[in-house]
Design a protein around this ligand. Sequence first.
Ligand code: H2B
Length: 90
Amino acid sequence: MDKPDFQYELTQLTAWQADNNALIRTFVFDDFKQAMGFIVQVGIVAETLNHHPEIYNVYNKVTFRLSTHDAGNTVTIKDIELAKQIDHLV
Ligand code: H2B
């Protein structure tokens, strides 16, 4: 029963915006140093999961865009897992 689980998990990611086959969330920090530190933490998680976000940074803001390239740039359970782990870092 993969599909209902997937849809349920998606509804639990309230801080993420589902946009054009991707999950998107922007984090705002006090300064660039904190933003960089967060990116590095997310990078470690991404390596552990072998699933890598697109990362966009402007000074104290970091935006992650999650999609699965191997699945034709769609949102899969891998993106949901990465989003959950990113949320746990905050
Ligand atoms: N990250 C993302 N976001 N999507 C993928 O399809 C993907 C990945 N595939 N990280 C992984 C790496 C794959 O290319 C390697 C070979 O496992």
